[in-house]
Structures are given as C-alpha cells and as structure tokens.
Design a protein around this ligand. Structure first.
Ligand code: HEM
Ligand code: FPP
Length: 279
C-alpha cells in the first residue's frame, strides 16, 4: 500500500492532471481534428509528462530532503531506490516520446521540446542556478497545450502558440506566489527563487503584470477560436477575478492573500482550458 502511494506521488498527480488537461483542451479546440486520435494524444503525452516528472524527482532528491514540504517524498525519504526510479522515468519517457514521434513527427517534436525543457534545461541545468529557471519550466509547461493543438491540426498555429503563452504567463501567478510562502524552505535548500533574490515587492509586481497578460492572452485565444460571446464573457470574468486577486495581493500583501491567489490560479487554468475544450 505504501509502495502504491509512493509510486503515485512520483508523478505529482495534480500537476500532471492539469498538464494533460491543457493538452486535451488544445486538441479539442480544433473542431475536426485532421490527424491523430485520442489514444496517442493522452497516452503519449501522459507517459512523457510522467517520465519528465519522475526524472525530476530522481535528480531533485537531495534538495527535496532539505525542505519540509518535500522531505517525505519517497526518494528524499529513502523509501525507493534512485536507480529503480531512474529506470522507470527512462522507460516512461522513452515510451511516450517514441509513441509521439510514431504518431506524427511534429507532435513528437513539440512533446520532446516540453520533455527536454523540463527534465534537462529546468531540472538539471537551471533550477539550482537562477530564479529565471521558471521561465524555461513555464515554456515546458506550455508544450502540452501546443502539442494537443498541433496533433489535431497537423501544424503549429497562432492559437496553439497563444495557449502555450497563456500557460507561460500564468507561471508567476502559480509558482512565485507559492515561493513567497515557502521562501525560507527554498533558501534552506539553496534553490534561488525571486522572493529571495529580488525581494517580495518585485515578485508581487511581476505576478500582477503577468497575471494580467495571461488573462488577456487566454482571452485572445478564445476570441480567435470564435467561441460564442457568452463563453468569451465567462473567460473574461474568470480572468478578471484572477487579476483582481493579483491586484489585491499587490495592494494588501500578506501570505494568506498570496496563497489564495496560488490556489485560484489552478482553478482558473482548469476553468479556462475547460471552456476551450468543451465549447
Ligand atoms: C516553472 C514551472 C513550474 C514550477 C516551478 C512549479 C512548481 C510547483 C510547486 C512547487 C507546486 C507545489 C507542490 C506542493 O504542494 O508540494 C506545484 C503545484 C502544482 N502545479 Fe506546478 N509548477 C510549474 C509549472 C506547472 C504547470 C505548467 C502546471 C500545469 C499547467 C502546473 C500545475 C500544478 C498543479 C495543478 C499543482 C497543485 C496545485 C495545488 O495544490 O493547488 N505547474 N507546482
Ligand atoms: C510535453 C511535456 C512532456 C511537458 C513536460 C511538462 C512538465 C512536466 C513541466 C514541469 C513543470 C515544472 C518545471 C514543474 C516544477 O517542478 P519543481 O521541481 O520546481 O517542483 P517541486 O519543488 O514541487 O519538486
């Protein structure tokens, strides 16, 4: 039972679910998909995302041990063998990437870009060196949405790029809010994050600016998709709530207000991508 729980926690289930959902939304945003089908979309994408995440867990086990939030993860706590989990991450990654390339080379390239930016550029190269690592992690996080759209359409288009950009611009709302709350933990582990390197005020200004841009970018995507006006209105309202929460965090900064924004950021992404997927 503990083994099952440990294996489950290796894939950061909530993060993986949201990433996969953005891929589904990108795919479903095309009314009549020209290529591919749901099996490679969900299967190859899920295996690649899980593969990258499992490899991230292996590489980060030393810093995870130093943070109270992550110290009980199975590798950090020594309950699983790094070699075995490395093999699992490699198998998942290999299967997912091979399936993606076999389905459609362009889809494979976008999935590979997401995998590489997370597993290599973010995790191995930048996370311990610079707070700007989140930029590359954010680009990686936008790749599932672009991959889904690209598989359905057979080419990269503006809407796909806007969906990926919306995820990237949403990243500060998602992770910088979180790193304000856990700044001491990150400092302890030696991971540079904006609140520690540039100060909380600067971080909050970046969050507000990029939240506004993320909401506008998502709105532009819904408009280009020619979704019904009512749906665009709902997307605008959701964006307005997100921007309002970010403005509140800027005007009346507190750990609680910030964390409220972190939580709502996930709700916003699910809802906005849901509107795109199911309209
Ligand atoms: C630079 C990129 C990213 C970083 C550094 C990052 C970091 C984090 C961290 C530290 C957590 C908290 C984990 C915990 O509670 O222990 C988290 C949670 C989460 N992440 Fe990310 N993340 C990134 C990108 C993404 C992307 C692109 C998505 C999906 C589109 C995503 C979805 C989630 C979800 C759904 C959660 C759970 C949130 C909750 O508990 O309310 N993340 N992320
Ligand atoms: C198409 C494809 C395969 C895309 C890959 C998408 C993917 C897995 C993005 C990861 C996003 C990311 C950098 C999370 C950071 O985790 P962290 O290590 O900062 O979080 P932690 O501190 O909780 O471990």
């Amino acid at each position: 039972m503990q083994l099952m729980r440990d294996l489950w926690s290796l894939i950061k289930s909530k993060q993986t679910a949201l990433l996969l959902f953005t891929g589904v939304a990108g795919y479903a945003s095309v009314a009549q998909p020209a290529r591919g089908n749901w099996a490679p979309l969900t299967g190859a994408l899920l295996a690649s995302i899980c593969g990258a995440t499992v490899l991230n867990m292996v590489y980060d086990r030393d810093i995870d041990r130093k943070m109270s939030r992550t110290a009980n993860r199975p590798l950090a706590a020594g309950r699983l063998s790094p070699a075995a989990v490395l093999a699992l991450g490699a198998i998942l990654s290999g299967t997912g990437l091979a399936w993606a390339f076999a389905t459609a080379p362009l889809f494979g390239l976008v999935v590979l870009a997401g995998w590489f930016l997370d597993a290599v550029v973010y995790t191995v190269w930048l996370k311990r060196r610079t707070p700007w690592s989140v930029l590359w992690g954010g680009i990686s996080g936008g790749m599932p949405a672009l991959a889904g759209r690209t598989l359905a359409l057979g080419r990269v288009d503006l809407v796909g790029l806007l969906l990926a950009l919306a995820v990237l611009l949403w990243i500060p709302t998602h992770i910088m809010t979180f790193s304000i709350k856990y700044a001491a933990d990150y400092a302890e582990a030696g991971v540079p994050v904006f609140p520690n390197t540039h100060g909380t005020g600067f971080t909050q200004r970046v969050i507000s600016g990029s939240t506004l841009l993320a909401a506008l970018t998502m709105l532009a995507a819904t408009w280009l998709l020619a979704l019904p006006w009512g749906v665009i209105g709902v997307a605008a309202c959701l964006g307005a709530v997100l921007v309002g929460l970010a403005a509140n965090a800027l005007i009346r900064p507190s750990v609680a207000v910030n964390f409220q924004l972190f939580k709502f950021a996930s709700v916003y992404m699910v809802a906005a991508m849901g509107l795109i997927a199911f309209t």
